[in-house]
Design a protein around this ligand. Structure first.
Ligand code: UDP
Ligand code: MG
Length: 323
């Protein structure tokens, strides 16, 4: 028997939860008919909701013993919800999805087909359109992916989402990144593994409201940049180089001008000297930043490597498929 855990972080989702539950039951029952060797558990996370979300969890747990839940003492954010879900999931496979049906459960059967035999470690959706989203928001989202992918080694796919069907191996890898400031889009990409992207059109929420304000998203994107890049810390090095070049130009111009116009020449020399002092200071700050960046990455204590496959796993898989 293979257990599939469905992890659902929820914050004020009383409106959509009943709809979500009906839909997920329909889809998973269909999957059970197709594959006789799978079982499901549904692990709901209540992220400090102020509405009836927890009461709904209790009702669901009463009528369906496969339903488990964890209720936070306050709102910790979706990242904490996903982490708690992954950490407490028992499945051989784990699905993380939103409660608002923007991650359509109808994708699950196809996702399972990708991961079930170990062909892929993760199946996920990728938004190819941003319909239903404001132009300004789309513009800033695009900018974010551009900047992020320029300054960070970790590639973040534009339109990638937190709707993921993962093998236990990948889940454990994600959990091995125990950093406090979690930026899942980066973490999922950092751990690597074979990922299948499934394109899909954006779906709007059937009920309830998004908990993301524009400002909230902006702060979250800064979080992403800071979690996966130390480039801003050493940025001042570039300013320093620019300042130093400028200073040399001013000094040369100053020396030549002194011959014809001593007053102007002296002024240029003073500006050149000031620029040089500034550049030296910026350069020193940049060097400090580079060391701080290294320290920052060490403190995160990320794994040094992650195993994708070994001969043992390969042999095991071959044995199972020939059975
Ligand atoms: N969510 C959460 N904690 C929060 C905010 C959101 O667990 O502090 C959950 C929410 O209930 C939903 C998912 O995260 O299941 C995505 O949230 P939302 O739909 O508001 O975000 P969007 O789809 O607009 O990105
Ligand atoms: Mg949503």
């Amino acid at each position: 028997m293979k257990l599939i855990s469905v992890v659902v972080p929820c914050y004020n989702e009383q409106e959509v939860l009943p709809m979500f539950y009906d839909e997920i039951i329909k889809v998973t029952n269909g999957m059970k008919q197709e594959h006789s060797d799978i079982e499901f558990e549904f692990l709901f996370i209540n992220d400090g909701s102020k509405d009836r979300t927890l009461e709904i969890f209790r009702e669901l747990a009463d009528k369906d013993e496969r339903v488990r839940y964890i209720s936070f003492s306050r709102n910790f954010g979706k990242e904490a919800g996903m982490y708690a879900g992954l950490k407490n999931s028992k499945g051989d496979f784990v699905v993380v999805m939103d409660a608002d049906l923007q991650h359509p459960p109808a994708f699950l059967p196809q996702m399972y087909n990708y991961v079930k035999d170990g062909e892929f470690d993760c199946a996920t959706t990728r938004r190819v359109s941003r319909t239903g989203e404001s132009k300004v928001r789309s513009f800033f989202a695009r900018m974010f992916y551009k900047i992020m992918n320029k300054i960070s080694q970790t590639e973040i796919v534009d339109g990638a989402q937190d709707f993921r069907f993962m093998s236990r191996q990948m889940v454990d890898a994600v959990l091995s990144m125990s950093e406090y400031n979690r930026f899942s889009k980066g973490i999922f990409s950092w751990v690597g593994f074979r990922v299948q992207y499934m394109p899909y059109e954006n779906v709007e929420r059937p009920a309830g409201t998004t908990s993301w304000s524009f400002w909230g998203l902006f702060k979250y994107s800064l979080e992403g940049i800071m979690a996966f890049s130390t480039a801003p810390l050493s940025f001042s090095i570039f300013l320093a180089i620019f300042g130093a070049i400028l200073s040399v130009l001013f000094v040369i111009a100053g020396i030549i001008t002194t011959i014809f116009l001593p007053a102007l020449g002296a002024a240029l020399l003073v500006i050149g000297a000031l620029l040089l002092v500034g550049a030296v200071q910026l350069g020193c700050t940049g060097i400090l930043g580079m060391y701080l960046g290294k320290t920052y990455m060490e403190v995160k204590n990320r794994p040094i490597y992650l195993t994708g496959e070994t001969d043992e796993m390969y042999r095991e898989r071959k044995k199972n498929s020939s059975k």
